[in-house]
Design a protein around this ligand. Structure first.
Ligand SMILES: [Mn+2]
Length: 296
């Protein structure tokens, strides 16, 4: 696989090499179907740039996760004829990374990319549960003339045969509400439930996860107060501690993480805090994965 011009965390040498990598980051700078605002094309690069300014010591797990190796591959090429070509290339790339025994990490870019990653991992693992952090259910059959719209990624995931667990939801259409009511393969935890009872929601999520798990994080799950750099901000979002408390229990629970993504960052010029939050979230997830491997 061909390396990108920027590494994660500013690391270099063998820690950033394909050979040594336990983690492989795939930048997905695709921004074709976003509507309210655009700008996710710049998301992956902003996360990588911000990551160079993090401490490489994970103060919670007391480890340096980069020592497991983090390779950044070239960006998925952007096409203007719609997202399909990019999704096909992404699926091929995730398949190759997973086959090499490394954990694929997708940085976006519009959320539609997650469906391609899920498709590749579903084919590999058979059974797959997807845990989606998102303000939106993304369960529309199609939107604005394409089933590959970022507003349809949840539906594409369900169609791939994966079980879908959603958390942080606070916006949906009537069509999506109807779909949710009749679908047995989707479980949704609303943002208001997280606010009212984080412990019960976390327990509910952990007990819903089966076998191999893929985590997809649409950054609009966070409250716009701390994450304004998204294309579809919704009030009443989750805090940093709510999201990381849930993730910690998931990663420490009885699941095998097949990969994860952090999507939909649309950087705001001159405002680095959202980019940096996204970078820290990625690295914290790597920290829990490494800590768990060390426990085994
Ligand atoms: Mn969303």
């Amino acid at each position: 696989m061909i390396p990108y011009s920027v590494t994660f965390g500013g690391i270099s040498g063998r820690y950033a090499s394909w050979k040594q990598a336990g983690f492989v980051i795939i930048p997905f700078p695709v921004d074709v179907t976003t509507t309210y605002q655009a700008g996710t094309r710049n998301g992956p690069r902003a996360i990588l740039d911000a990551s160079a300014h993090m401490e490489l010591f994970d103060e919670e797990n007391k480890i340096e996760p980069y020592r497991s190796g983090i390779f950044v591959s070239t960006e998925i090429p952007v096409t203007t004829t719609g997202p399909l070509a990019a999704l096909k290339e992404l699926e091929r790339r995730v398949k190759a990374v997973s086959k090499a025994g490394k954990v694929p990490i997708l940085l976006g870019g519009e959320h539609s990319g997650s469906a391609a990653a899920v498709a590749a991992l579903k084919k590999k693992h058979g059974q797959l549960t997807v845990l989606q952090f998102d303000a939106h259910t993304d369960l529309r059959g199609e939107y604005l003339g394409t089933p590959y719209n970022h507003a349809c990624v949840g539906r594409r995931i369900v169609e791939s045969g994966a079980k879908l667990i959603q958390v942080g939801v606070r916006s949906m259409s009537e069509e999506e509400d109807r779909f949710l009511k009749k679908s047995e393969d989707v479980k949704t935890f609303y943002a208001s439930e997280v606010r009212d009872n984080l412990a019960d929601v976390t327990k509910g999520i952990v007990s819903s996860l089966e076998g191999n798990v893929y985590i997809t994080i649409d950054l609009d799950v966070f409250d716009p107060g701390i994450m304004p750099a998204v294309v579809t901000p919704e009030p009443g979002g989750l805090t940093w501690f709510e999201v990381t408390d849930i993730l910690r229990d998931v990663l420490r629970g009885n699941c095998n993480l097949a990969g994860f993504d952090v999507m939909e960052l649309a950087p705001i010029a001159g405002m680095v805090a959202p980019d940096y939050l996204a970078a820290r979230l990625c690295y914290r997830l790597m920290g829990w994965i490494v800590a768990r491997q060390a426990d085994k």
